[in-house]
Design a protein around this ligand. Sequence first.
Ligand SMILES: *[C@@H]1O[C@H](CO)[C@@H](O)[C@H](O)[C@H]1NC(C)=O
Length: 470
Amino acid sequence: MARGFLSLLSALLVVGAVRAKTAEEFIGTQAAVAKAGMLANIGPSGSRASGAKAGVVIASPSSHDPDYLYTWTRDSSLVFKAILDHYTAGEDDSLRGHIDAFVASQKRIQQVENPSGTVETGGLGEPKFHIDETAFTENWGRPQRDGPALRATTLIGFANHLLAHNDPAYVTNDLWPMIKLDLDYVAANWGNHGFDLWEEVDSMSFFTTGMQHRSLREGATLATALGHHDLVSNYATQANASLCLLQTYWNHDNYITANTGGGRSGIDSNTVLTSIHTFDIEAGCDSTTFQPCSDKALANLLKYVDAFRGIYNVNANIPGNEAVATGRYPEDHYMGGHPWYLTTLAVAEQLYDAILTWKKFNSITVSDISHGFFSRLVPDVATGTYDGNSETFHKLIGAVQAFADGFVAKVAQFTPEDGAMSEQYNRDNGVPLAAAHLTWSYGSAMSAFAARAGFVPASWGAAGLKADSC
Ligand SMILES: *[C@@H]1O[C@H](CO)[C@@H](O)[C@H](O)[C@H]1NC(C)=O
């Protein structure tokens, strides 16, 4: 009798231990872990950031195999955009000190002469610095031209927030001169090749072009608001031209080619990341800017996700309408070519952004381009437009929500009990790999969870843009 009870109890415990966490359960604990994980990687007082100057974001505390104990302009700007969004949403006023420290640090870093040049001769395209803000002088894939654009977007977001709260002095004196440096760099260089966000391919890159276009567009608006009319026409002209370039990455195989070089399929998380980091709900499901719910971005998402179904053992035997682990790009061999936390979460975030937009506009359109995506989730759906009162609208929302939650649950499955998020997880057994406590992994969790909870980032002017006179 006692033995029977004990074996029943242990069986229950085992079942309890292996039962998969839902997205909701995971977020319940992981949201706080992710936020703390980001802050721990920011100097000077972050618990894992010793030696980093105030406001400097370390990429990871890992100092060997791989050595990520540097600060990248891309990672830092994306992480601070997530922090800024959390702050401006009124979630945590104590973040203001970190944001001010980030601004002060970037102001110094912009002026550091480095192998890409001085502040006037191309130095803003330098990808990474030492955590004491000195130049990194060894060989590297440089320049990387997404950095100035991403930094401008984060600083413009902060400036717009301050202007809306009647605090123009800091914007005029501190933020605008920095923003102008970055925008001038982007305006002069968006047509030039450089290394992609994975630091491997030297060509034109969709992510870089997308971020450059966004920064120029919102930069022109801010320049107008601050009375710098002499600059507006150049920013707007370059924005229009870069939007034309952005169209050229779409290919006839129903997806976005991530890079013009590199000799790969071009199927790459680069494209999903672009969609979420250029989300503007006011643009609806516009495909000119590849909005998260646009037919092109959804077709692309399906192509990207499917590319990982057959190549990772952790994805074996998962039906085609369910979430899987995803990585940077299918041909990836870096450190073994494993799935990444931030790329898996980006898929969820794109889908959450899409749901927010469909709900706001009370309509879903299934086009010839996006039919493959929708019919994977709801097999009998026909092309057409479904309004918020229709049964199909609700069926599609429910199916996309479940699909999105599946990607969060996938990350939950392969995140250790303490919530630590490294860069990658093993393609065969899901064990965490590569750089420990990757700041960008935590940032990607913050922004995906915020999107699931209904957070809508500030608009940047994507609504109504046209690229038909290209
Ligand atoms: C940018 O393109 C739009 C059309 O999409 C046009 O109305 C506008 O004048 C253009 N701006 C500049 C500065 O060329």
